[in-house]
Design a protein around this ligand. Structure first.
Ligand SMILES: [Zn+2]
Length: 188
């Protein structure tokens, strides 16, 4: 299975998630937002330096269906460039904001050699009224081989402070995965 984190890098959320992952010896994939990477390039570089996969979420966090003309291609190009310049890695995987592809956006992603990846499990960790236990419970319910787990290491586009609940939930998830020995968590 794979653990994926969207919307970063975030000055508090990303280091907190990295600490839990590194403590557990687990590698994950981070779908970064270009405009956030430009604000904190060193943090994007650190994700890659610690052996995690850096992937593309977009340059701005806008739903693709709202973008007109060449805007979606420009957004992908700008986002990929921001990540490559900060982390020194050309992103291979792509997940659009809200998981929403427009036909033009999917075509543009494929034309750039990006591989689309959505998810099969989520913790709904962006919600204002949730808890680490609820997030972890939602992720772990019926979790199996091949599942792709969606979480968020940033609160830029979700409830304020949500990343703190996510980091706590991640500790519970990691503990349960180790206890069950159900599978290996792999980066993409
Ligand atoms: Zn997002």
């Amino acid at each position: 299975m794979a653990l994926t984190f969207d919307d970063g890098p975030h000055p508090e959320g990303t280091p907190a998630v990295l600490e839990v992952l590194d403590g557990a010896g687990i590698k994950a994939t981070f779908f970064l937002v270009g405009e956030q990477v430009e604000r904190r390039p060193a943090l994007a570089a650190e994700i890659a330096a610690r052996g995690h996969v850096v992937a593309l979420h977009g340059y701005r966090h806008r739903p693709q269906p709202a973008l007109r003309g060449r805007a979606v291609e420009d957004d992908l190009a700008r986002g990929a460039t921001a990540i490559a310049e900060a982390a020194g890695v050309k992103p291979v995987w792509h997940r659009p904001p809200y998981g929403l592809y427009s036909p033009a956006g999917l075509e543009a992603a494929r034309a750039r050699g990006l591989k689309p990846l959505l998810w099969s499990r989520w913790g709904k960790d962006w919600r204002r009224l949730t808890t680490p236990e609820r997030i972890a419970g939602r992720v772990l319910r019926d979790l199996g081989a091949g599942d792709v787990i969606l979480l968020h290491d940033a609160d830029f586009y979700s409830a304020k402070g949500s990343h703190a609940r996510t980091a706590e939930a991640l500790k519970l998830i990691v503990r349960e995965l180790k206890r069950q020995k159900t599978g290996t968590v792999l980066p993409l």
